[in-house]
Design a protein around this ligand. Sequence first.
Ligand SMILES: [Zn+2]
Length: 382
Amino acid sequence: MKKLFKFLKILLGLLLSLALLVVLYVNLHPTFGGSPNADSMAKIKQSPYFDGEHFQNLVKTEASTIRVEGDKADKWRLLQNFISPPKGKNPELVHTQKLKAKAIKNGEFIWLGHSTVLFKTDETTIITDPVFNNASPVPFTIEPFAMSNTPTIEDLPFIDIVLISHDHYDHLDYKAIQQLNAKVGHFYVPLGVKAHLLHWGVAATKVSEYDWYEETTANNIRLVFLPSRHFSGRGIWNHRQTLWGSWAVIAPQLKVYFSGDGGYSPEFAHIGQRVGGFDMAFIEDGAYNKRWKDVHMFPEQSAQAGIDVRAKVILPIHWGKFDLSTHQWTEPVRRIKAALNQHNKTVSDGEKIRLATPRIGETFGLTQFPQGEWWTEKTSQP
Ligand SMILES: [Zn+2]
């Protein structure tokens, strides 16, 4: 009895120490970000989308459904899929191209994997959600796939505009923000996200935060922050304390839509109507699952979102770099391609929507852009 009591005491001591370590890690490690200052808090409280405790979506949204009707095995498959992914789910090596970002010209784009896209228009260089490290606060988890040429921050030119869609780890990478800071003109972020950047050492004068439908002009380019159907949070207790959304970049020479993350919603059609269409749309396509169908789109919905926003060309993003769901890594691009082919059969030539499928790191423009299926190739490319 005495022995058992001693054992339980040691066990309790160990568990308490572990809990303390977790609490200390969450509170002290910079990756978890900062809390809004008085100015930000005042703006958050005034937002029509903040209910006093959390930001809310425009339509009823559940971040995650625990029970899925008629599929009890799914919960276990989900866990198994992450711990030991089945063969073929993830690539051994993604065949990417050597980044030539410093030579980027007006009208050119470079997809860097997941939701990171570098592009240039009207002498202005813009990047979306720059992520270069693992997409998780827990070291050695959710690491990027191995690539034949890994894009690095050193390879990037000076960036005038950084657009952030929300504060999830696969979109807001604190190490990347710190490394990029010296070569960035200004950061444009959703309401509440400024606190994270300040916490990581970015000067307050270099960050502006926006509520939905707010906009600004930089270098003669309109930047409009728009809704998406998603959620936010980096810690255990700060869910939906910062805003999430999508961006419209309306430059004299180019109109681009960046969807950020989010489930399908009627808002895409409103955005298309509001802006009058886009030359290019970076649309979320990947990491979907019926368990979180409200906050991530299936590829057919991604195609529909591109149609709704009236995009001429879609660049599917949110795939090719991280394993965040149960599907095979190339399924998002294969399914969106099939869905768009189907759509294009039903419309006139002028209404057809084209799909850009560049390799990660490949520079391309809108007059002639990559449409090949590089992901089916077995051999490594230089
Ligand atoms: Zn997200």
